[in-house]
Ligand binder design. Sequence first.
Ligand code: 26V
Length: 802
Amino acid sequence: MKLTKDKFKEDYQRLLTELYSLDIKDSEVSEQYFTLGNLIRTYASNDWKNTNESYLKKGEKQIYYFSMEFLLGRMLKSNLLNLDILEVVQKGLQEFGIHLENLIEFEVDPGLGNGGLGRLAACFMDSMATCAIPGHGNGIRYKYGLFKQKFVNGYQMEIPEHWLRNGNIWEVRRLNKAVTVRFYGNVWLENSSGRLVPRYENEEAVLAVPYDTPIIGYNEQTVNTLRLWSAEMHPQDESHEYGAFLKQQSQIENISEVLYPDDSYYDGRLLRLKQEYFFVSAGIQSIIRRFKKKDLPISHLSEEVAIHINDTHPALCVPELMRILLDDEGMDWESAWDLTKKVLSYTNHTIMSEALEKWPIDMMSTLLPRIHQIICEIDQRYAADMRYRYDDHMIERTRIIEGGHIKMAHLAIIGSHSINGVAKLHTDILKEKVLHDFYLIFPSKFNNKTNGITQRRWLLLSNEPLRQFIDSKIGSNWEVNPTDLTNLKAFQNDEDTLFKLAQIKKLNKQRFADYVKRTMNLTLNPDAIFDVQVKRLHAYKRQLLNLLHILSLYFKLKENPNAYIYPRVFIFGAKAAPSYMYAKQIIKLINSVAHMINHDHHIGDKLKIVFVENYSVSLAERIIPAADVSEQISLASKEASGTGNMKLMLNGAVTVATLDGANVEIRDQVGPDNIIIFGLTDKEVYQYYHDGSYHAYDYYIHNPILHRVLNALIDGTIPGIEIEGQDIFDSLVKYGDEYFVLRDFEDYRLAQEKVDQIYRDTLRWQKMALLNIAGAGIFSSDYTVLQYAKEIWDVSAKSTQD
Ligand code: 26V
């Protein structure tokens, strides 16, 4: 938008006085922040209105991205960037003596997601708006987001995060768009003029109230909507006796109270199923309402609407859409089923079997009796359809209901026209292993859409020095067409460029070191290698492998203080699910080792470990620009894609990686010389599973370095640890080492020696860094959503980038 500094200053001054009856000189940060937020909203409001109006045109297909999680991060700066008024506002505020940086830091970082899946949804929202794709988000407005992590004596403690305490400047409550969602009760079918119609009694009605957040595109026009639903007491129930009223109110509000903090382990809680149906039903009802404004027959739904199911959490879209088409719209089963499949598509984000959702039949039939009936019908018709084509085993393995449970992945696959994985390798594993039966049955439904990240948040906003430097080398077109970053390759042997790149990295490292000094009182040497592993804590991601290697370096230095080791700062950021005991033990172990090494005066600057508390989007924005090394060391086949790996390469970190998830595609982009690969391949892992020939104990016995390191877990070397040292030792040495940590240790250690060697040659290292930045453009989520639009949602984008 066009905005001059003087106009901004005038608007800002007037609004601050209107809102708070204050002069700027007497205002505080909170007042300054809310004034700016309000102003940004008014600047975006016309485009928001116009975008919404244009979406009501017939033939303008709407995309609805259903996700239990949207991990947006702070929005003040990204809204300013996307409106193209960041600089003007910064300067204008400066003249009032206000530092924009302080207002940015004042904003809460809403943690409405666990990790990769929620953050991907947020990147997609930004990219859909930027690419002018009519994309709406649909989710839950949790009152409490992901817990705040604190370390107490090295142990993770969880504290509730009341992110709405100060209000939320970006949302609009739209009570007039509220819908009713029904739970429990009895349902039976009655014959009404030749048609079976459901009759209900004794249901519990919940009011779903939408809160809309504008998603501002980086393109001067499009402002899309993220709609998050909040559960409230239905007005019809407000006449109850007071005591009963309060009880029911809190039960209902519970539905949108808190985000489940588990992202790796399915736990069949009733409240979670309630949450899933709540936002699915509310979302689909509001889609149908909007569709009806177009005055088209319901049979046109699939030309006007696509609904995307982000992991299985919204898989109840399948029976809920069927319910509406059958019961409310009076369609026959075949037509409704055909339409449902055309509208729906599904993304799988994990192959970890313990994360697969399956709900007990009894729970489903009690909580959602009509939905249960429909699922049974889908299941029976599926089995009947397949009877003539496949044997009984195949049908049993793939049907939706089995062993008293409803398998949500099967429901999503059978009820959608498309199923995609999130990296090439992941999609191949789905096709060949995890979902092989379905691949044989529905080969054309399967496709790959490799994840992506928005270069706006992950470079333009978080790494301004690098952005400016790139602009000075290749112009700024890469900002809207990120594969133009490959033009940087022309500078790969230009010493001046490479030294400058090293300087920028050092600046970012110093910035992060200052932050660590301020918040943790730990001094870091910005000339050391900054080696980063930031992601959820999970055994398969192998933070332990990283830690065992650090211990090996420590012992090497202890034995020989003059050993040839380049100074390193190891940076960890990770939350563990509160019920995931093993992950919490690993956190404690890392903290104990950190304490031991950081306080060892003989080690000094040579090794440091920083475990940042409460890893979040805003912390990622501080850490990633400062990274030299990116640790992507999951056991091959386990990490579906990863997106942190993309953010780190975009910021010039060199990746140490297994051939897992999107690491494979990163290697293809940068070439094998510019990434450090180690470890088992997915094929080798599956081979081990097949012949059961992995014996972790042998590695403990035969590798003296590993032996020394593992013994340290149980021989009292590490002060402060209790049972966790023994438990972790046992998990590796005695109980099979599920994720092949010991098997990959030696290869990893050698890979790390390579890092140590190459880093000493600044020009060589910076050349690798440059080639990583140059190769990162392809991983823009702009391209990813354009592929979804074209190949899954069947919608054309008025892209600003073609
Ligand atoms: C799973 C579950 C399991 C049951 C209970 C609650 C719950 C909540 C969230 C999840 C999501 C787990 C899947 C996930 O986050 N996968 C990650 O998705 C990223 C985006 O595609 C991908 O980059 C990561 O590799 C993948 O681990």
